[in-house]
Design a binder for this molecule. Structure first.
Ligand SMILES: C[C@](O)(CO)[C@H](O)COP(=O)(O)OP(=O)(O)OC[C@H]1O[C@@H](n2ccc(N)nc2=O)[C@H](O)[C@@H]1O
Ligand SMILES: Nc1ncnc2c1ncn2[C@@H]1O[C@H](COP(=O)(O)OP(=O)(O)OP(=O)(O)O)[C@@H](O)[C@H]1O
Length: 309
């Protein structure tokens, strides 16, 4: 096979319930993931050795400067993990075309890792070896990062444990989103650390998070207004503490008619829900005009996970 291209979506967390800090440095979560139609693309070609090239997708203004191009890139780690599982060498060139903001709370790096898992598994699939199943790739992905298994599967799913144990959620219809990106990312460990610091300072010991029934019902019935009202993110106070300007972005989206507004994951991207595609178009234009975002991007969900195209 000469080349395999995989398209992989960004995520927004519809509920991010952060429980206690575990002994291994991770937090127990209730993490309702939702894949949206903002995609990175990873192309895998046979090569002498593992090579990584990272570029912004055509028409996207993603700043790719901070993305590692060596062995630290999550897609490179994914290629090595697949090769190790198959007992082969990672002789592959990976070209990553990014439209998902970097360090934006939309799991861009995890998405690229998931895409590389799927692309390499396909590239190295031959009669000499048993093919890797999607479950195998989900399992390999969990070792690369907590968000990677979801990027393999896509759709809408409830993640427990550190977010890697997934159960698909029942949804109906399409949800219309507007994302406001910010200049400069936020570090995921720093945001979790700030969450712990705030809880300690407020004397609030973290409780085990529970799945929101209101959220699950809104998803199952396709009720956008109810979904907007049920969106929650326990990392939001921490993201706002580290990046106070996000408050203005969230307020602007609400004032301009969003039916739901929250920080996406660890931030700094803010996510806004609209009732219809038309409402999303209007909201995106108004948000762009308000000057509270680096870039305003529309997307819909749920969409499938990493897919060969
Ligand atoms: C914020 C989210 O994106 C929400 O989906 C994820 O929880 C983060 O997932 P991720 O970027 O894949 O994170 P990982 O690479 O697994 O972990 C990076 C760091 O985030 C923190 N982390 C992550 C997941 C988790 N359940 N608890 C944590 O405290 C830890 O400090 C960890 O060292
Ligand atoms: N392929 C990749 N794309 C983007 N960042 C990568 C990649 N590989 C490694 N990284 C590193 O990971 C860091 C976080 O990037 P990423 O875009 O995944 O953040 P994020 O969207 O906030 O993640 P999450 O939502 O999972 O917390 C980057 O600053 C970069 O150093």
């Amino acid at each position: 096979m000469s080349a395999v291209t995989v398209r992989v979506p960004a995520k927004v967390n519809l509920q991010l319930g952060v429980g206690p800090l575990r002994d291994d440095g991770y937090h127990d979560l209730v993490n309702v993931f939702h894949a949206v139609s903002l995609f990175d693309e990873v192309t895998a070609r046979p090569a002498e050795r593992l090579e990584i090239r990272v570029e912004a997708a055509p028409h996207s203004r993603v700043a790719v400067g901070g993305v590692p191009t060596g062995g630290d890139n999550l897609a490179a780690k994914a290629a090595r993990a697949v090769a190790a599982r198959l007992g082969t060498e990672p002789r592959v060139a990976l070209r990553i075309r990014k439209a998902i903001p970097v360090a934006g709370g939309m799991a861009g790096g995890s998405a690229d890792a998931a895409a590389a898992l799927v692309a390499c598994a396909r590239l190295w699939d031959d009669r000499e070896r048993p093919a890797l199943s999607r479950d195998d790739l989900v399992e390999i992905g969990a070792d690369l990062g907590s968000d990677v298994p979801f990027a393999v599967l896509g759709g809408t799913a409830v993640g427990t444990g550190r977010g890697e144990r997934l159960t698909p959620a029942l949804t109906r219809g399409v949800f219309h989103w507007v994302f406001a990106t910010a200049d400069g990312g936020l570090s995921t460990p720093a945001v979790y650390g700030e969450c712990d610091r705030i809880r300690l300072a407020e004397g609030r010991p973290p409780e085990r998070a529970e799945v929101s029934e209101a959220l699950m019902t809104a998803l199952a019935t396709g009720d956008a207004k109810a979904l907007g009202a049920a969106l929650t993110n326990d990392l939001q106070p921490a993201a706002l503490s580290l990046r106070p300007s996000l408050r203005r972005t969230l307020d602007a989206g609400r004032d301009l008619g969003a039916i739901g507004a929250l920080v996406s994951g660890s931030g700094p991207t803010c996510a806004f829900l609209a009732e219809t595609d038309e409402d999303a178009a209007g909201l995106a234009e108004a948000l762009d005009g308000a000057g509270v975002a680096a870039q305003v991007v529309r997307a819909s969900g749920p969409v499938p996970g990493a897919t060969v195209i």
